[in-house]
Design a protein around this ligand. Structure first.
Ligand code: AP5
Length: 224
């Protein structure tokens, strides 16, 4: 299966991709995670993207496409992938198309995860992430087993820098601006699908699996 996972900040893209990867084995690439990792390492890329990410602005298209071209060149993505948070603009979508055409890896679909804005704000303001493995939690809806500690690696849970109220507003504003043309881009190509992201993550996962199976992107469970 080769898909891009679209949706506003807080729609649950990362949470859904994590579960899909764990249960179905589809490789997951998140541009946000790559950037945060590079920022923590203080690498040259991290220094270039740091000021964009912490203020909730988009990293320039040319740089994001360059990073993703390098990722998609890795062998493990030849059999499938789920791109989370990329593309985010029409320019990035066109850049991705060029790479996939060159590699003869056409996209199966662009899956847009929807949720109403008040829910997005509640999710982002209550999100906590693991400082080590970046696993996602929420103080009310996706609690860790031990308060303030990651279930996977027991490291500390923190608030993401860009989850401050003013930065959340800025990210949502930017998303409004870019989403319409991006969705139109995939709609024109007959690749756009929508999933309702409201409700518990298990419900979003069940809707996603129904779509993936319905489109023939994965085999129905229980069949060889
Ligand atoms: P990125 O990390 O991609 O952030 P984002 O798109 O703003 O998305 P989020 O990670 O905030 O939300 P999500 O939809 O993944 O929701 P999540 O699953 O975490 O990018 C960060 C920054 O990097 C950007 O602002 C930009 O600067 C830069 N960047 C990245 N990609 C770029 C690109 N292509 N071009 C340019 N710049 C780029 O869920 C949120 C919370 O809700 C969590 O606490 C979770 O536990 C909870 N939750 C999720 N789903 C459910 C559910 N179903 N039920 C209950 N709780 C849920």
């Amino acid at each position: 299966m080769r898909i891009v996972l679209l949706g506003p900040p807080g729609a649950g893209k990362g949470s859904l991709a994590f579960v899909v990867h764990k249960r179905l084995g589809v490789p997951h690439v998140s541009t946000g995670q790559i950037f945060r990792h590079e920022i923590r390492r203080k690498s040259a890329l991290g220094r270039r993207v740091g000021r964009y990410v912490s203020s909730g602005r988009l990293v320039p298209d040319s740089l994001v496409v360059q990073v993703m071209v390098a990722q998609l060149g890795k062998q493990r993505f030849a059999k499938g992938f789920m791109l989370d948070g990329f593309p985010r603009t029409k320019g990035q979508a066109a850049g991705l198309d060029r790479v996939l055409t060159r590699r003869r890896l056409p996209l199966d679909g662009a899956v847009y995860l929807t949720s109403p804005e008040p829910l997005l704000v509640r999710r982002l303001s209550g999100r906590r992430i693991c400082v080590r493995c970046e696993a996602n939690y929420h103080i009310r809806t996706m609690k860790p087993k031990r308060v303030g500690r990651c279930d996977n690696c027991a490291a500390r849970l923190v608030t993401r820098k860009d989850d401050q109220p003013a930065t959340i507003r800025q990210r949502l504003r930017l998303d409004h601006k870019n989403t319409k043309p991006l969705l139109a881009y995939y709609q024109r190509r007959g690749l756009l699908y929508e999933i309702n992201g409201v409700g518990h993550i298990e419900r979003a996962y069940a809707r996603a699996v129904a779509l993936f199976e319905g489109q023939g992107w994965i085999r129905p469970a229980g069949r060889a």
